[in-house]
Design a protein around this ligand. Structure first.
Ligand code: SAM
Length: 310
């Protein structure tokens, strides 16, 4: 499956819920009632994954909302991991439920985890997430390691005046653990449009010992000399990577988004088999060449991040 600009589309981000047990202040609105559409059933999610793989998708990331709040998450992962032709199944999670779920997810065939963590200070973490406990995430990371997960990535959204003083602490983790710490620029989507943006170049200014170490997906990678871990910079604002975009997204209520920053959505609800494949292919065909975040200062996403799937 290629889009009109010749980009191979091989990566699906599939939101499995729009609910989250945290309320990160740049992501989830404070007053957050139930979202508009009904969340897809496990069966419908597996059918979307199956048809996407038949269309050429090689990698699927489950996201949300918080994917681990779904009670059937392990069974769902097992059904998706078993799809012939799928090369990688990943989950993006806030990590708070990994202590109990890391083992079952690993057994179900999940290959890799991205864990979102924006502060290493308990009080700050609680304030940022409106009530989260840092210790739950740290325990979850330990459980992931015990369960056999490798290549875990930590996602850190850079927030001016909020966590910029923790950049060296996060980078320092890569000296001690074989993790990739990925600093992500805040995008002006929903609550993220309120002005805490900090360019990722700040990381290189604060940590001048980092040396380039190639690229990994959309991240530019760096390493501290001798460190087992990596530091990644993801720069949707200061240096867009649309030319390498290989992804489509499906929201938890069954809408395919060809581009994160476009309002365009294709309704997949109720479709199966050939009709679903055609709809997925039409999503790839509808990908715009690029986004205009930096020029316009706002995203056309039309939904908050927790209702798209980050
Ligand atoms: N609940 C899961 C988690 O916490 O990772 C998955 C969903 S969350 C929406 C996925 C990722 O999107 C998180 O790493 C979060 O920090 C990131 N995110 C949310 N809003 C963002 C924004 N405006 N700009 C950049 N990243 C954002």
């Amino acid at each position: 499956m290629r889009d009109p600009f010749g980009r191979p589309i091989t990566y699906l981000r599939l939101a499995v819920t729009d609910r989250c047990n945290l309320r990160c202040r740049y992501c989830v609105p404070e007053e957050c009632g139930p979202a508009g559409g009904a969340v897809l059933s496990g069966e419908a999610l597996v059918e979307i994954a199956r048809q996407a793989v038949l269309c050429g998708v090689k990698k699927i990331r489950l996201t949300g909302g918080e994917p681990l709040v779904r009670r059937d998450i392990a069974a769902l992962c097992r059904s998706i991991a078993d799809l012939e032709g799928l090369e990688e199944l990943c989950i993006t999670t806030n990590g708070t439920a990994l202590e109990t779920l890391a083992g079952p997810l690993r057994e179900a065939g999940v290959d890799r985890l991205n864990v979102s963590l924006d502060s290493l200070r308990p009080q700050r973490y609680a304030a940022l997430t409106r009530g989260g406990r840092l210790e739950d995430v740290l325990e979850g990371l330990r459980a992931a390691e015990r369960a056999g997960f490798t290549g875990t990535k930590l996602n850190v959204v850079l927030l001016r005046g909020v966590n910029q003083d923790e950049i060296p602490d996060f980078v320092d983790l890569t000296r001690r653990f074989p993790l990739e710490v990925r600093f992500i620029e805040l995008m002006p989507i929903g609550e993220g449009a309120r002005g805490d943006f900090l360019p990722a170049g700040e990381v290189l200014q604060q940590c001048p010992d980092l040396v380039p170490a190639g690229s990994g997906g959309v991240a530019r990678r760096y390493r501290l000399p001798g460190a087992p871990g990596l530091t990644g910079l993801i720069t949707p604002m200061s240096c867009r990577f649309c030319a390498d975009c290989d992804r489509i997204r499906v929201t938890a209520d069954g809408m395919l988004k060809p581009c994160l920053h476009s309002e365009r959505e294709i309704d997949l609800r109720g479709l199966t088999g050939e009709a679903l494949r055609q709809a997925i292919a039409s999503g790839a065909a509808a990908k715009p060449e690029r986004h205009y975040l930096a020029e316009t200062g706002h995203s056309g996403a039309g939904r908050t991040m927790n209702r798209i799937g980050g």
